[in-house]
Design a protein around this ligand. Sequence first.
Ligand code: EPS
Length: 384
Amino acid sequence: MSSNTFGKLLSVTTFGESHGPAIGCVIDGCPPGIAIAPEDFRHDLARRATGRTRHTSQRHEADEVEILSGVYEGVTTGTPIALLIRNTDQRSKDYANIAAQFRPGHADYTYWQKYGIRDPRGGGRSSARETTMRVAAGVIAKKWLAERHGVRIQGWLSQIGDITPHGSDLSVVEDNPFFWPDPRQLTELELYMDALRKSGDSVGARVDVIAEGLPPGWGEPIYGKLDGELAAALMSINAVKGVEIGDGFASVAQKGSQHRDHIGPAGFASNHAGGILGGISTGQPLHCSVAFKPTSSLRLPVDSLDVNGNVVEVVTTGRHDPCVGIRATPICEAMVALVLMDQALRHRAQCGDVGEMAPRVPGGNSAQGLLSPAGKGGTSAGKR
Ligand code: EPS
């Protein structure tokens, strides 16, 4: 199975299946000198993990990271970083009855059509379990981005079903199991999820991510656009069906005079662009929004086919998420971090000395870094 690697200068390869002995990743191209210890992964992995609340899958995994290579005396060495997490709570008998059936809405069908064989236990490689290693790799990228460039990345759940937040207080997002920015709606969400779980059905969700503090200049036209690579990275998360940057699909109904972000001495007056113009960061907050479909593994019976073409009734038992989007906030953050770190390294490689060549702009270095060349001055894009 190919295409298990993404990124150019910082590349991440993930491997493993949900019910195999372990999952893991290899991170190549990471600069030396970043302090990393197994405990650094715990916070974000716990944010993503199953079994932490009644609203997610009740599989209980410790998700303890073993660092196999690339770190010496607690510091990255510049060599490939290999991370491993052992699976400990597989319950493969849950999949015995559907091993030869296709769950409607699931990758069962397409994996079978493509490879002629699949690991049905826990969905194998198509399981949300794979996202664990993205989050682990993202921990390193977040750390590097914060330490070298002051970039902060935060996600939140911006919709479950047809419920949207009334407020937008990002300071409370980490205080509740839904990553929800309005604490006044937590009871409503709890009741909604309890009823959904009891009904046996599932629901979709939307996750928003913002990255602040990045300088202008990251991203490569034409085929390496920052928004293009963010969309690809976010769409590669299982169950994602849509990605918007900035105003996204709302741009369709806008006039140009409304959409354009006015530029003045104090910076940009608005951010319809979501922090990206021409595939390159503007220095404004980067804003992505990601749509997750409802989980397809349901105990509600549905007609389908088995691998021999027989009509069958599919009933999926086991420990499934009624809303996989609830655990997706740290996954989206991680993918944004990995794309940004890769693009930052690529920018440094090609344009790290642009600031030295470009004439200084009088009056530059505005609050938004508006007039300061991205390679130098007003940003830290030229540093490690
Ligand atoms: C998943 C089904 C459940 C979830 C799993 C994702 O797995 P299982 O049936 O094997 O218990 O628990 O999520 C994780 C294990 C995880 O760590 O995210 C699925 O079908 O995608």
